[in-house]
Design a protein around this ligand. Structure first.
Ligand SMILES: C=C(O[C@@H]1C=C(C(=O)O)C=C[C@H]1O)C(=O)O
Length: 367
């Protein structure tokens, strides 16, 4: 695995892949690409040719015809081109039309059969492949997809975080789970990581916020959908912006230093980090004491034949802690997540205390 930043980047600043959600007409695609090239920010032109839609009946893409328009746009602007491929037929068509970059969508990365077929079709081909995260937050599936493409001999492989499917209300179409791409980068330190704010947000007003966050989290670039007349787009109209708006958005992103001063170079930072070290030690000590106390409650429950889960007691703890935490500047979301991990751990420990070695010792015949 090697960084592919140089393969993707033309201009300085973050790598920028942009273009319409779907190629609709030759004129729409060529005009968008010309306007994108004029921004002097966009490095790669993207366009959906085959669109995997949630329900049948909506626009499913113009198909291979659009690849000719992409080739024309490339000739006109010099921008590299990228399309989504979901099966072997797509791969062969894209290769035939000299597309520079292929990406696998979330609904493809989720399926190892599909990824393997695409990998087999790419055996020995010199091309750049980007894999969006699978729809569900399964880092191993994402990593596995990358490995399948690498094993086929493709050298230029990168990843795109487009957020994960949700159930219920959220401000985002596919809420980001930053810890997953961060961990992926730990598994592949050279990995080029792109963020796709369009699919995370699903609407325009939070695109800048998510783009900024991604860049602050050390992502190498952004994939943002753009369209000459976004409100009239045939797919995903709400999340697309004009190339001009894209330029403005990119100009507003603050690029910060990636490296902190070394230890001993800045006493203010050193002092704050020293304080964090002390607080972390205190947190660990408190967590250890809490677990020892729940262990004692586990012993009590074992002797008195009381069930482990006490929902009323737990609800009381969460309610009280949320109020207390919010008064101290912590969010409800954080407190609930943090406490539920603690609850799970104390339940597991109580289960070990109450139920360990029971059936194994009694049921298995001694050999
Ligand atoms: C510790 C207990 O057991 C469980 C764990 C709890 C906790 O970690 O605070 C609370 C309620 C129970 O579901 C208890 O019953 O108090």
């Amino acid at each position: 695995m090697k960084s592919i930043n140089n393969e993707l980047s033309v201009h300085s600043g973050p790598i920028l892949i942009s273009g319409p959600c779907s190629a609709e007409t030759e004129e729409q695609l060529i005009t968008t690409s010309i306007q994108l090239a004029e921004t002097k920010k966009a490095d790669v032109l993207r366009a959906g040719i085959w669109k995997p839609r949630t329900k049948p009946g909506s626009f499913e893409g113009v198909g291979a015809e659009g690849l000719k328009w992409l080739a024309e746009a490339k000739k006109e602007t010099g921008l590299k081109t990228a399309v989504e491929v979901a099966n072997v037929k797509h791969v062969y068509s894209a290769l035939k039309h000299n597309v520079d970059i292929l990406w696998l969508g979330a609904r493809t990365t989720v399926n190892p059969f599909a990824v393997q077929e695409i990998a087999d079709a790419l055996e020995g081909v010199d091309i750049t492949v980007l894999l969006k995260n699978p729809v569900n937050p399964d880092i191993d599936l994402w990593e596995g997809g990358i490995e399948r493409i690498l094993k086929a001999g493709v050298k230029n492989v990168g990843a795109i975080h487009r957020g994960f499917s949700k159930y219920g209300e959220s401000n985002f179409r596919n809420p980001p789970q930053w810890q997953i791409p961060i961990e992926l980068k730990q598994r592949f330190p050279e990995l080029t990581l792109i963020c796709d704010p369009s699919h995370i947000c699903g609407k325009r007003d939070t695109l800048l916020e998510i783009s900024q966050e991604a860049i602050d989290l050390n992502f190498d670039g952004l994939m943002i959908e753009s369209h000459i007349t976004p409100d009239k787009a045939w797919s995903d109209a709400k999340q697309q912006i004009t190339p001009f708006e894209l330029k403005k958005l990119i100009e507003q992103i603050v690029i910060r230093e990636s490296k902190l001063p070394k230890k001993g170079k800045d006493t203010e930072l050193d002092n704050l980090r020293q304080k964090i070290n002390i607080l972390d030690s205190e947190l660990i000590e408190i967590l250890s004491q809490r677990m020892k106390t729940t262990d004692l409650i586990g012993e009590y429950k074992k002797q008195n034949r009381i069930k482990i889960l006490q929902s009323n007691r737990w609800e009381e703890i969460v309610e009280k802690s949320v109020i207390e935490g919010q008064s101290k500047g912590l969010t409800k979301d954080f407190i609930v997540k943090f406490l539920s991990d603690i609850h799970l751990e104390s339940i597991t420990r109580q289960n070990n205390i109450m139920n360990s070695n029971k059936w194994l010792d009694k049921i298995l015949v001694k050999r």
